[in-house]
Design a protein around this ligand. Structure first.
Ligand code: NDP
Ligand code: A1CAB
Length: 274
């Protein structure tokens, strides 16, 4: 049991799809008592039902009968307005409303939730194993106590990055919110290249996956920069240098990643205007 975490609630999570379930699992793993968390979902999916079974959580199909201290809204940007408006009966003056939706700005959240006590967060899926990167910006009526409570709650899921400039949250979305997908695609691409070099499919996939896990573990084990860790692999005039000349050459990964992050950010901003 984590006392600081359990002083925050009750917490209501409305919309527990992939991200909501990942967040909830991280909190419950960190010691949040099931009695402190109410999950509202009209059509619970298999992942949510499994979470409920694992932790003895009661699920609810509608938000009623409780004004939570923290209301986390985990629905898609496209339905955020209508869901926030429908939550008016459970939003009290003491309720901090927290969105995880990409793109939707604080002003719009505040107008639809009917309170300026709003926060925007941008987690990523590793919150499920408490290794998330989570960006946060606060609306005007968020109190110092709210910030402490959210720092405690979100820290249970990973590293919390507080931003003062809301526009930076869209940039953060494009780097760390979507970032796990880029890395998983890197695994797919490395495995595919291994198969083209004649490795059996299962071995190529095992090598690609294990290599990314091993490289991430090296970064996790110390403070050595990615640059030094890369240099440690790269023997002068050796094999790695030949491959990196392609990856780091013109039109290489830096340019590709720049275009990738830029397109993700553009779409994040569009989602905020839908
Ligand atoms: N996936 C990710 O890595 C990240 C996602 N996000 C943000 O998280 C949010 C959710 O994304 P994601 O989890 O991927 O999407 P999902 O579609 O998996 O999750 C959204 C969930 O909300 C449910 N829902 C829809 N309407 C309601 C309602 N009225 N009340 C309660 N629940 C409802 C949906 O149910 P149903 O499917 O039955 O309609 C679905 O299960 C988005 O806003 C996204 O921008 C943020 C960071 C990272
Ligand atoms: O793809 C999306 O829109 C969300 C936001 C960041 C990760 N997933």
């Amino acid at each position: 049991m984590n006392t600081a975490l359990n002083r925050i609630g009750p917490i209501m999570l409305v919309g527990a799809g992939k991200m909501g379930v990942a967040l909830a699992r991280g909190w419950l793993d960190a010691g949040l008592a099931a009695s402190q968390l109410v999950i509202v979902h009209p059509r619970p999916g298999e992942d949510l039902l499994e979470l409920a079974r694992d932790y003895g959580l009661a699920l609810s199909t509608e938000a009623s009968g409780l004004s939570p201290n923290v209301l986390v809204v985990g629905v898609k940007p496209q339905v955020m307005d209508e869901v926030l408006e429908s939550l008016a009966p459970v939003i009290a003056p003491h309720t901090l409303v927290v969105s995880i939706a990409a793109g939707i700005d604080l002003a719009r959240l505040a107008s639809k939730a009917g309170t300026q006590r709003v926060m925007r967060t941008m987690p990523n899926t590793p919150v499920q194993v408490r290794k998330g990167m989570i960006g946060v910006v606060s609306g005007p009526d968020v109190t110092a106590e709210d910030k402490v409570a959210m720092d405690t709650l979100l820290s249970a899921s990973g590293q919390v990055i507080w931003l003062d400039d809301e526009a930076q949250l869209d940039a953060l979305t494009a780097v760390s919110g979507s970032g796990p997908a880029y890395i998983f695609h890197m695994v797919e691409a490395l495995a595919a290249a291994g198969k083209r070099q004649g490795l059996p499919d299962d071995i190529a996939e095992q090598l690609a996956r294990g290599t990314v896990i091993g490289a991430a573990a090296l970064m996790d084990a110390g403070t050595v920069s990615a640059t030094v860790l890369r240099e440690n692999v790269t023997s002068p005039k050796g094999a790695t240098a030949a491959g990196l000349a392609v990856l780091m050459g013109s039109h290489g990964l830096i340019e590709l990643m720049d275009r990738t992050v830029s397109e993700t950010r553009k779409r994040t901003e569009e989602l905020g205007r839908i």
